[in-house]
Design a protein around this ligand. Structure first.
Ligand code: GAL
Length: 423
């Protein structure tokens, strides 16, 4: 009898041990949905490699839908989410794109327990966590901080042309004829969303940080004098661009290529452009490419953050939690950001491995710590999806009419229908 009892206890212990090992030994699949395809892929692939090394039994499906700023991916995601076939996890911008679209519709799981167990409430800036939080629930894990308001140029060409990097839009406009006479595009834009991207930097330059924030609180009237000033300046700036020539066919990378090749003098783009120029093109910041705050925006950092969450109904919950743990870790953030052109969202990651961060990223990290911070519109922070979608129509009105009044009135209407402009 004693022997039998001992045998049973041994068996129970053995099963318990095997069970414990199995619980950590994840298997099955993990579908990660994003728009980081092609040239945008290396940083995500580094994160996936780290995940694979920790979870060799999981098959990762890297589901990407090409198209800068997620123009195509977001539409596909919407169909899947509404159709009840969500991916395990998906790229979503911190701020309104997450909270005003998916959290409000009860489509995301609350991750606040994970935040507590991983120590993330201290690891991420409180202001950033606030933008992921609704009624005490926290709904995604941020992997980076990108900057929207950056002016890119080729330092060798700028020296050759004998011009200085413009600190204001008026300085840029004064230099515009010099480039045009030399057959150089003064400011290159690409497909439609990159024009919106330029707009937010011009608006910030004209309105300043308070004026920009005022759009979203109702203090800056969408059809008031200040906003008319934005549209008028935007009109002048675009007269010094390739809009309407070859712009519509250019991806953001192809627009940057024109700057690198000396066919265009400047481009305004988020600092994923730094990731592209260093990781894909092999250029060095400072020599291979130059960077400055978009004209009129020095001292202000227009930010955005890519994050991932756990949708309600995700097929592989444990595998997704393991993924979120990787991308919220110091190791994960340091695998991803040096390749991406962004800085870590975690406050302790750069100091853990400063040698990974090049001169551009060091300067972005310093600015993130010292500048005035404002949220990007085009990349999901400032306004809900309704506004973002309808703003495309406002831009179409502008491009067709080139009228500041018509554009400002269209924006005022969108403010009302979306409810995104405070008041
Ligand atoms: C942004 C995104 C960046 C980058 C960029 C260009 O919206 O936050 O990580 O992917 O689009 O596609």
């Amino acid at each position: 009898m004693k022997k039998r009892l001992l045998l049973i206890s041994l068996l129970v212990l053995t099963f318990a041990f095997v069970g414990a090992v199995r619980a950590q030994d994840l298997s099955g699949q993990l579908e990660i949905f994003s728009w980081w395809a092609g040239d945008e892929g290396p940083a995500l692939e580094a994160l996936i490699a780290l995940y694979n090394s920790q979870n060799p039994g999981v098959e990762v499906i890297n589901a990407t839908v090409t198209g800068g700023s997620g123009v195509n991916a977001r539409a596909v995601l919407k169909t899947r989410m509404l159709g009840g076939t969500p991916p395990d996890t998906f790229q979503v911008h911190a701020g309104e794109e997450l909270t005003g679209t998916w959290v409000v519709a009860d489509r995301m799981e609350d991750l606040s327990d994970l935040y507590a167990s991983e120590g993330w409430n201290e690891a991420f800036p409180a202001d950033l966590i606030d933008l992921l939080t609704v009624d005490g629930g926290i709904y995604s894990v941020p992997v980076n901080i990108h900057r929207s308001n950056v002016l890119w140029y080729n330092p060798a060409k700028i020296a050759e042309w004998g011009v200085t990097v413009p600190a204001t839009w008026d300085e840029f406009l004064a230099a515009c004829p010099t480039f045009q006479e030399a057959g150089v595009i003064p400011l290159v834009v690409g497909e439609a969303w990159t024009v919106n991207h330029l707009w937010e930097s011009v608006a910030l330059g004209v309105l300043g940080a308070d004026g920009w924030n005022g759009i979203w609180t109702g203090e800056t009237a969408p059809a008031g004098e200040e906003m008319l000033g934005v549209w008028n300046k935007f009109n002048e700036v675009l007269a010094c661009s390739n809009l309407g020539a070859d712009s519509a066919g250019l991806s953001w990378q192809q627009a940057i290529d024109k700057v690198v090749a000396g066919e265009a003098a400047f481009n305004i783009m988020g600092d994923w452009a730094a990731g592209y120029m260093t990781t894909t093109l092999g250029l060095e910041p400072g020599t291979g490419f130059g960077f400055a705050a978009a004209p009129g925006t020095a001292g202000t950092f227009m930010w955005l953050s890519d994050s991932f969450g756990l949708p309600v109904g995700a097929p592989n919950v444990d595998n997704t939690i393991a993924w979120l743990k990787v991308l919220g870790s110091v190791e994960g953030q340091n695998a991803f950001n040096p390749l991406k052109g962004s800085i870590p969202a975690r406050v302790d990651a750069v100091s853990a491995a400063p040698e990974l961060y090049n001169a551009y990223l060091q300067s972005a990290a310093a600015d993130w710590g010292s500048n005035r911070l404002v949220g990007s519109l085009v990349h999901g922070v400032a306004a809900n999806e309704r506004f973002m979608g309808d703003f495309n129509t406002v831009m179409e009105v502008f491009v067709a009419s080139r009228s500041a009044e018509a554009s400002a009135n269209a924006m005022a209407a969108v403010c009302i229908t979306s409810g995104a402009c405070g008041g």
